[in-house]
Design a protein around this ligand. Structure first.
Ligand code: 5GP
Length: 187
């Protein structure tokens, strides 16, 4: 199965997924490529950090399941490796989410939103984003949420991390062992 976790920067998508991965060995996360520079203190393996020409060549070679430009940088999900028995979770912005939903029948889209712009901005500052990146991310957040809500099978408000993690875990579980009449993909 492919689960897509999407939503504006600072919604807490990565924090939620890190918690889920730590407790669920049957879930794995795709490692994206990006042309963005690594932030101070960001782990080297947070992304496959590449140049724009290298990214564009991978696009031409058909190497991405989806890719998008976000605040001046390119981000993409490489085509998944041969199936290893785990369900895959993609943590991506909404343009990429749309592409995955078009390409992968049955993919499940969960939109994570922050409880307020103030909380979103505080989270972006806390993780060391550059000021111009923070402003740009806040500026597009409302539009991202609008697009995301139109695509999403589920919307989770990340007001309290523990609660949001449990809500997302419950959503994943419902698809892995689904009572069919509750599956919103059948709606
Ligand atoms: P950041 O620069 O904060 O790491 O990521 C910016 C945005 O790009 C976030 O919303 C993040 O989830 C998204 N993103 C990360 N990897 C990918 C990817 O492979 N494809 C797409 N479309 N978005 C991604």
């Amino acid at each position: 199965m492919i689960f897509v976790l999407s939503g504006p920067g600072g919604a807490g998508k990565n924090t939620i997924v890190d918690r889920l991965l730590a407790r669920d060995p049957t879930l794995s996360e795709s490692r994206s490529w990006t042309t963005r520079a690594r932030r101070p203190g960001e782990p080297e393996d947070a992304y496959n950090f590449v140049s724009r020409p290298a990214f564009e060549e991978h696009v031409r070679n058909g190497g991405f399941l989806e890719w998008a430009e976000y605040v001046g940088n390119l981000y993409g999900t490489p085509l998944p490796d041969a199936h290893d028995g785990t369900d895959l979770i993609l943590v991506i912005e909404v343009q990429g989410a749309q592409q995955v939903l078009e390409r992968v029948p049955g993919a499940v889209m969960i939109l994570v939103v922050p409880p307020s712009r103030e909380v979103q901005e505080a989270r972006l500052r806390a993780r060391g984003d550059y000021d111009e990146h923070i402003e740009a991310r806040i500026a597009i957040a409302a539009e991202e949420e609008r697009i995301g809500r139109a695509l999403a099978h589920h919307v989770v408000v990340n007001d309290d991390l523990d609660r949001a993690v449990e809500e997302v875990a419950g959503i994943l579980a419902s698809y892995r062992n689904p009572p069919a009449e509750e599956d919103p993909r059948h709606a």
